[in-house]
Design a protein around this ligand. Structure first.
Ligand code: HEC
Ligand code: HEC
Length: 340
């Protein structure tokens, strides 16, 4: 009883409360349910996103600066905006099974770019960031980012964006904006009427077991982190995955159009343009077998190094963001366009 009272008191203070006239449903923020079931409140928590802050965060995300009382703030980066590498909406059709094949189909159907970095949508609902090989390969200095949305935002504003550290007000704006695109119960994979009832019951229950089993159940319906496995290119660039994987040029065209060209277009964040000319496709084809940055194998799997003030950075594609099959698809498209 005491626990129930304290939870509802806490929620009342935080501006959100569960009651009989306000049952849990598809619009209920996931985080509120997790907290009511006994989960830890994240450090970056914001109970009610402030619309003014959300607007500032949206401007910073999409344009790199925001209109404040003192005019426009200085750009975070002179090269990139967050949306060059991160979507802002759902990108995986099944949240608990993110994979690049389904994501590409979903991107084509919904007019989204297919990018190296993960979406901001639901980013507050993750429990770790820069996972797997980001820590393993980049080293211990990335650990603070792994365990903090604040640190990973700062890291990305500085390093990935070839930009700078965010001011305190900018972080506040990002934080509120992120919460405005948090997951709701209805976003989780296929919750039934029965599941909603179970959640409602568990929130009101005094049984710690029921609460924790419902918590685990909810966490099985989305990912609490985005997987990030690095991979090496095929051993022999000229052969690629020959013999094991056959490329599909139509899928390769999708990758070229909604991935590569989002940056390599006229006026994009890269000075290197990928267009529709035979010359471009021939250049790409000629370099496939070579061990340099113009080989699609090398550039996609290793990217380029971020050097603040120097070279622009192209993030690598992890296995979770582009499969070996998709890379062969891209190759098939390049080879097809080079000979036409
Ligand atoms: C040039 C590409 C690029 C730009 C620009 C960029 N990011 Fe990132 N970002 C990445 C990559 C690559 C990762 C690696 C982790 C992932 O998302 O898979 C990442 C990760 C993150 C993460 C951790 C996500 C996770 O779940 O691991 C946050 C937070 C983040 N970026 C915030 C930002 C913000 C805020 C901006 C704009 C100020 C920004 N990023 C701009 C490429 C970029
Ligand atoms: C998020 C933005 C982004 C995406 C998406 C992207 N690139 Fe890049 N790429 C860059 C940047 C930045 C560079 C660094 C060179 C520059 O801009 O001057 C680069 C460099 C390259 C280079 C080497 C050029 C040089 O001057 O060294 C090649 C080749 C390349 N990219 C191919 C691709 C292909 C193929 C894809 C799609 C599979 C792709 N890129 C997707 C941003 C991107």
């Amino acid at each position: 009883m005491i626990r129930i009272v304290s939870i509802s008191l806490l929620l009342a203070v935080l501006g959100f409360s569960f009651s009989a006239d306000k049952p849990v449903g598809p619009e209920t923020p996931l985080q509120e349910v997790l907290i009511a079931l006994g989960d830890k409140t994240p450090d970056h928590y914001v109970a009610t996103p402030d619309p003014k802050q959300v607007q500032l965060g949206y401007e910073l995300t999409t344009t790199g600066r925001a209109k404040t009382a003192n005019g426009y703030s200085p750009y975070i980066s002179s090269i990139f905006v967050c949306t060059d590498c991160h979507n802002q909406v759902q990108e995986d059709p099944v949240l608990a099974n993110p994979n690049p094949e389904d994501r590409l189909t979903h991107a084509v159907q919904n007019g989204l770019p297919f990018l190296q970095a993960t979406t901001f949508w639901g980013i507050v609902n993750r429990e770790t960031w820069y996972n797997d090989d980001y820590v393993r390969k980049y080293g211990d200095w990335i650990i603070p980012a792994k365990h903090s949305l604040y640190e990973s935002t700062q890291l990305c504003a500085r390093e990935c964006s070839s930009g700078r550290t965010l001011e305190a007000w900018e972080w506040e704006a990002f934080r509120h904006y992120y919460w405005s695109i948090q997951l709701k119960l209805g976003d989780l994979d296929a919750l039934s009427e029965e599941d909603y009832n179970r959640v409602s019951k568990a929130i009101r229950s005094e049984s710690a077991d029921m609460k924790s089993s419902t918590l685990s159940f909810l966490k099985s319906r989305y990912m609490t982190y985005s997987p990030a496995r690095f991979t090496d290119p095929p051993a022999d660039f000229s052969k690629g995955e020959e013999g094991t994987v056959k490329g599909n040029k139509d899928i390769g065209k999708q990758i070229y159009d909604i991935s590569c060209k989002t940056c390599h277009r006229y006026g994009g964040p890269s000075l290197f343009t990928l267009d529709e000319s035979k010359k471009t496709f021939r250049m790409l084809k000629r370099n496939i077998g070579k061990h340099n940055d113009f080989s699609i194998y090398q550039i996609t799997r290793y990217g380029t190094h971020a050097e603040v003030g120097h070279r622009q950075y192209m993030p690598l594609y992890t296995l979770d963001r582009m499969s070996a099959q998709q890379l062969e698809d891209l190759r098939a498209y390049i080879e097809f366009r080079a000979k036409r």
